[in-house]
Design a protein around this ligand. Structure first.
Ligand code: ATP
Ligand code: MG
Length: 303
């Protein structure tokens, strides 16, 4: 028999549920006054542009990896996940089982704080660019002489504002946070973000993966409690490096979208025209996601 080639799901269509938003990757539906359906599609973005074709199965990996981390971190901070099991979802959602199974989460509807809680354990990406130019990251002065990909003595919290679709997020000094989300949440977000990054980093390290940096989103529930939301510690929201290939003073091979970014740079891609990814790039990207998932969780993803 010819093995089935999985189709990529780039848009969900659940006509009897109210679509609230399509993000770069996820489609959000209203379920009732307290809950949302949070569906990860196979869309992939890089440099803030969504590619024309998807990566078949990627949304399932993102959902399952977030589920894994929510479970590992639940002792430290409450999270928005109610269930990933379609059998436990309301009738109105079960109707769409064939489209959403494995890639959907029923989540608590929260007031999302308008900041990206970025934590960095190693210097890379935009942080490395800023440091090279100004000796700072998010305007936080850092010791001189750091090398590319070097580990910080302590993880640092480098928040950014959450931009509207199409806009770029803007890095801000942590001191600006209270002015945006208030004193109490500013302090709590910074503390919790560093704590969960550290716990995840230590876990991943035992599996041979370095989590160089990551981005969390938090919301506030009806009691004012801070709740971990969105996706967590996926290759889309984090830099994962194979520990056995780690070498300070250079860029690292990684399990995240760096491969795709490098491809796009190599073809001199035109942001306004969009890109249809060739099959090899699709396959290689998916292989990285599968590999990262399997190494981290010890099991292959359910695709
Ligand atoms: P990117 O992740 O690349 O920045 P995006 O921000 O458009 O893109 P998606 O992951 O596609 O995000 O969509 C998820 C959206 O859902 C985000 O806007 C996020 O803030 C929001 N969200 C996450 N969890 C909740 C929740 N529990 N309640 C309400 N909104 C949520
Ligand atoms: Mg997102």
């Amino acid at each position: 028999a010819i093995p089935a080639i999985p189709m990529s799901l780039t848009n969900t269509d659940c006509p009897e549920l109210k679509l609230i938003a399509r993000g770069k990757v996820r489609d959000l539906y209203d379920v009732d006054e307290k809950t949302l359906l949070f569906v990860a599609t196979d869309r992939i973005s890089a440099f803030d542009v969504i590619m024309k074709n998807g990566i078949p199965g990627k949304g399932k990996i993102l959902t399952q990896i977030s589920q894994f981390w929510f479970d590992l971190l639940k002792g430290v901070v409450p999270n928005h996940l109610i269930t990933c099991d379609v059998d436990e979802m309301p009738e109105s959602v079960q109707k769409y089982r064939s489209k959403i199974e494995g890639r959907a989460m029923l989540v608590r509807k929260l007031k999302i704080l308008p900041v990206e809680a970025i934590v960095r354990g190693y210097i890379s990406g935009s942080a490395w660019s800023e440091y090279k130019k100004k000796g700072t990251i998010c305007d936080i002065p850092l010791p001189a002489g750091l090398r590319e990909s070097e580990e910080f003595e302590e993880p640092i919290f480098t928040p950014s504002t959450k931009a509207e679709i199409g806009d770029h997020d803007e890095n801000i000094h942590p001191d600006k946070l209270p002015g945006i989300i208030g004193e109490r949440y500013a302090k709590e977000v910074a503390e919790v973000a560093v704590k969960i990054y550290t716990k995840a980093r230590d876990y991943a390290r035992t599996k041979g993966i370095i989590i160089a940096d990551t981005k969390f989103e938090f919301g506030v529930d009806e009691n004012g409690t801070l709740v971990l939301a969105d996706e967590v510690l996926t290759p889309d929201s984090s830099r994962f490096w194979p520990a056995d290939k780690y070498a300070v003073g250079q860029g690292q091979p990684s399990y995240d979208k760096q491969y795709l970014r490098d491809y796009l740079t190599s073809i001199n891609f035109d942001k306004s025209a969009g890109v249809e990814l060739p099959q090899t790039v699709v396959d290689n990207t998916m292989a990285k996601y599968v590999e990262a998932f399997t190494i981290l969780t010890g099991n292959p993803p359910q695709l």
